[in-house]
Design a protein around this ligand. Structure first.
Ligand code: TTP
Ligand code: MN
Ligand code: MN
Ligand code: MN
Length: 398
């Protein structure tokens, strides 16, 4: 097909779960700018604005053509006046003044820097900014009380900002599988998150664990973590049981009650299959370069601080891993929920509510009219319950 768009084209849905969004984004120029505006809205705790820019960016990612003139946007939903102005400016000048100004903005830069630390959210980053802190060095030198999570985040910062490669993710999946099989030989360990959507690099490794005989998975997470800790594989861990209520405070629209563990894994480099340990092929490596230019990284080696010794020659890499354990009857829902993208999940839930009067979560689908839960053994069945065409993981990169 040609690069041009015509009025005969099928309409684009405002719901990400009715669009096919691959990693082949033809509109990077625009989506990169919109992403920065979305991020800044998040830093200003303006959720509505954040969502508006995120939606605009997402819809451009789904287009099978590159936008070259404003007419190409005829009939495309989810584009507000502000987003259109940004696109127009980029079409005319090659960049957007507002965005260019923002990336030079001290508050934006500082909040981006601080929130890139594991365990630091917008509220904390903003507090530190208002207290006059600007760099990681100043943060470390200050007497500010850090949580255990933030301490670990700072200690392994240099490693954690380097994107995780597919080869590393695969090694960790195998290592975790081996650990899991010590306790439950028939358990399944599935790679989810961005890697399941086909990304070649990511910020962490998301693993979903289940077992066919429901109930057998109980207590598994503690056993596995304890065993891996004894093996020296765990740099930091934070286990959440279904018993405690921690999830209530985290992102309400994403919360679930599964037993899970956010951890920092110590991956021996010789455990990774050949070639691409220090390379990453896509845009994420740009983010790291950008991060380094902004002074986010590059501080190791020059730092006298205790935890900041130069670590360039070490034979391991710290990697963020999310482990989630789902009972078998909820597995399909957990898999769908943990595969993402976040916007895709958000729109699945929004679609279910508005068009089907159903409540979708990572545990279940509840039909509010029939007053019953709808069972599903596969993701395909969940899409069918919702009356949606099945979208494979590779096309959920909304
Ligand atoms: P992420 O790992 O945050 O994102 P990602 O894997 O898509 O991208 P990246 O490469 O940056 O890692 O989340 C993966 C999915 O997990 C996402 O769809 C939301 C879901 N999720 C939950 O359902 N509950 C949670 O508590 C968290 C942290 C994530
Ligand atoms: Mn992930
Ligand atoms: Mn994750
Ligand atoms: Mn230091």
């Amino acid at each position: 097909r040609t690069a041009d768009r015509s009025a005969t084209d099928i309409p684009v849905s405002q719901y990400a779960c009715q669009r096919r969004t691959t990693l082949n984004n033809r509109n990077n120029l625009f989506t990169n700018a919109l992403k920065i505006l979305a991020e800044n809205a998040e830093f200003c705790e303006n959720e509505g604005r954040n969502l508006a820019f995120a939606r605009a960016s997402s819809i451009l990612k789904s287009l099978p053509y590159r936008v070259t003139k404003m007419d190409d946007l005829q009939g495309i939903p989810s584009l507000g006046e502000h987003s259109k102005k940004v696109i127009k400016e980029i079409l005319e000048d090659g960049n957007c003044g507002e965005v260019e100004k923002l990336i030079q903005n001290e508050r934006y830069q500082t909040l981006k820097r601080f929130t890139s630390i594991f365990g630091v959210g917008v509220k904390t980053a903003d507090k530190w900014y208002r207290e006059g802190l600007r760099t990681l060095h100043e943060l470390k030198a200050s007497k500010i009380k850090l949580t255990k999570e933030q301490e670990a985040g700072l200690l392994y910062y240099e490693d954690l900002i380097v994107p995780v490669t597919m080869a590393e993710a695969d090694s960790i999946r195998k290592i975790v599988e081996e650990a899991v099989h010590r306790f439950l030989p028939a358990a399944v360990v599935k790679l989810t998150g961005g890697f399941r959507r086909g990304k070649e690099s990511g910020h962490d490794v998301d693993l979903l664990i289940t077992h066919q005989d429901e109930g057998k998975e109980q207590g598994l997470l503690h056993q596995v973590i304890n065993w891996m800790a004894v093996q020296g594989m765990i740099l930091y861990d934070d286990i959440t049981d279904n018993r405690d209520q921690k999830w209530k405070t985290k992102e309400p629209e994403l919360f679930d009650h599964f037993a899970k563990c956010y951890l920092i894994f110590k991956l021996q480099k010789d455990m990774v299959n050949v070639v691409d340990l220090n390379t990453s092929g896509d845009h994420d490596s740009l983010a790291v370069n950008e991060a380094k230019e902004m002074g986010l990284g590059g501080q190791a080696g020059t730092c006298e601080h205790a935890g900041c010794a130069s670590v360039k020659d070490k034979d391991w890499k710290a990697i963020r891993v999310d482990l989630v354990v789902a009972p078998f009857s909820q597995y399909a829902y957990a898999l769908l929920g943990w595969t993402g993208s976040r916007l895709f999940e958000r729109d699945l839930r929004r679609y279910a509510k508005h068009f089907k009067h159903m409540s979708l979560s990572s545990h279940s689908l509840f039909d509010n009219e029939q007053k019953r839960f709808l069972m599903a053994a596969t993701e395909e069945e969940i899409f069918a319950h919702l009356g949606l065409d099945y979208i494979p993981p590779q096309e959920r990169n909304a």
